[in-house]
Design a binder for this molecule. Structure first.
Ligand SMILES: Cc1cc2nc3c(=O)[nH]c(=O)nc-3n(C[C@H](O)[C@H](O)[C@H](O)COP(=O)(O)O)c2cc1C
Length: 211
């Protein structure tokens, strides 16, 4: 088949299936405290259905999984549709031609924020985020550190200027959360709102809770 014929057949197959660009989301877990945010994001996306999740876990996130949870990385990886090694800078998500809705980094460490702010694409998480930004796709960073020095604030400004949304996982209390999971799920719901993904669990001001 000629290159043109193959491209046409490929395009026809894609339209028949629906546009994959609207259905893929990259989720990265990095070594900041709060790895449960990324884990719950994967669980909630799976529960919701219809989104192809692409997961990347940094080496430091494996450490925080061990320190902060009783979870097993094998179970966490199984929540995603596609898992990429953080060292694989040749993965599909390292290219802009592989279309996605964008990327959620949950949680996002200072190191990864710095890499994204400086486009220092030496691992797949930073490369994939840089690709999303250059393609003008949504990148949401659940940046977690406290307190902050001026350098952290400068990094947040720099990442924001490149198009990222810096969203520290700061809880809201108007939904009267009763458990840590209520707080985590609400934050993930608000982060997914930024991709136009509507979780039924998200508490919305002046709206009736749906579950
Ligand atoms: C238990 C634990 C908690 C950590 N919490 C944070 C944190 O909240 N924010 C942060 O930026 N780094 C935190 N770190 C340090 C990062 O894991 C470290 O800087 C690492 O190099 C980040 O790499 P990554 O961005 O590739 O995941 C923590 C490390 C450990 C072991």
């Amino acid at each position: 088949m000629s290159h043109q014929a193959a491209a046409k057949a490929n395009s026809a197959a894609r339209s028949a299936e629906g546009d994959p660009a609207t259905r893929r989301l990259i989720v990265a877990l990095t070594g900041a405290s709060g790895v449960v945010y990324g884990i719950r994001a994967l669980e909630l996306l799976r529960e919701l259905g219809g989104i192809e999740s692409h997961l990347v876990i940094s080496a430091a996130a494996l450490r925080t999984i061990a320190e902060e949870t009783d979870d097993d990385p094998v179970r966490i990886r199984a929540l995603a549709d596609v898992v990429h090694d953080h060292r694989d800078i040749g993965a599909s998500i390292a290219s802009g031609s592989f279309r996605t809705m964008g990327m959620l980094v949950a949680p996002c460490s200072v190191r990864t924020l710095s890499g994204i702010a400086h486009a220092a694409s030496d691992d797949l998480i930073i490369r994939a985020a840089d690709v999303c930004l250059k393609e003008r796709r949504r990148v949401v960073l659940l940046f977690r550190e406290t307190p902050l020095h001026a350098g952290h604030i400068a990094l947040m400004e720099r990442a924001t200027t490149s198009g990222a949304v810096v969203m520290p996982p700061v809880p809201a209390f108007y939904g009267r959360p009763r458990t840590i999971d209520d707080i985590v799920v609400q934050t993930i719901g608000r982060a997914l709102d930024l991709f136009d993904i509507d979780l039924p669990q998200t508490v919305r001001w002046r709206e009736t809770r749906r579950n």
